[in-house]
Design a binder for this molecule. Structure first.
Ligand code: AMP
Length: 203
């Protein structure tokens, strides 16, 4: 099987679990993005690309944050919640602002790197919004008057607090998930479920 592992801290954590489950030592030496053992191939890819590799069948299995998976909106099997990288997708506004007064505006400016999740949330509340798509440092947007609020990942809430914002509403919980390509799942169901059971005992 081919397994797509995200780069970064989450990936390192997950590699420890995979090593234990397979009884191997997956190591991406220097700039190598691929590691092969006798049975499996491991790919080191960006978190945001894991779902694409799995959805297109370049990888059978992948590990990805539910936030990224939801935003990508791709059709894959969600096999197991790995209980790692837990965080929330929440709404933040300026300390001095009031959410209800903001909601009363004819159109809200929403800064986020997750436009789909934000659009779905506000459309479910019938609140018209304009999306300001940013790729990072989202917390700056309300302070500079670029947006009325932000939709962003929150763990402790310290980043928002230190930038003069407060968390006022949670949209969804996120954590890392084991995902599987639909065809691979139906073709190798027994093998994949045994893999799932091994991993689930280690989390
Ligand atoms: P915190 O200050 O603990 O609330 O963390 C918020 C900052 O960390 C924001 O910039 C988020 O984008 C980022 N962050 C928090 N949790 C995660 C996560 N599980 N994965 C990736 N980024 C995260």
């Amino acid at each position: 099987m081919t397994i797509a592992v995200p780069k970064g801290r989450l990936g390192d954590d997950i590699l420890d679990i995979l090593n234990e489950a397979f009884g191997i030592k997956v190591e991406f030496k220097e700039r190598k993005l691929i590691f092969k053992d006798k049975e499996n191939t491991f790919l080191k890819v960006r978190n945001a690309d894991v779902a694409t590799y799995v959805n297109k069948g370049s990888a059978d299995i992948g590990i990805v944050g539910l936030d990224v998976l939801t935003e990508k909106d791709v059709d894959v099997v969600k096999l197991l919640d790995l209980q790692r990288g837990k965080c929330k997708i929440s709404i933040g506004i300026k300390q001095e602002d009031n959410l209800q007064s903001l909601y009363a505006k004819p159109e809200l400016k929403v800064a986020t790197k997750m436009p789909l999740i934000a659009k779905r949330f506000f459309s479910s509340k019938s609140i018209p919004i304009e999306i300001i798509k940013l790729n990072g440092s989202i917390e700056l947007a309300p302070i500079l008057g670029l947006s009325d609020l932000i939709v962003d990942l929150v763990d402790t809430g310290n980043t928002m607090k230190e930038n003069g914002l407060k968390v006022v509403e949670d949209i969804m919980d996120s954590s890392a998930y084991l995902i599987v390509n639909n065809n691979s799942y139906y073709k190798n169901k027994k093998e994949i479920l045994s893999f799932r059971n091994k991993i689930s005992k280690l989390i």
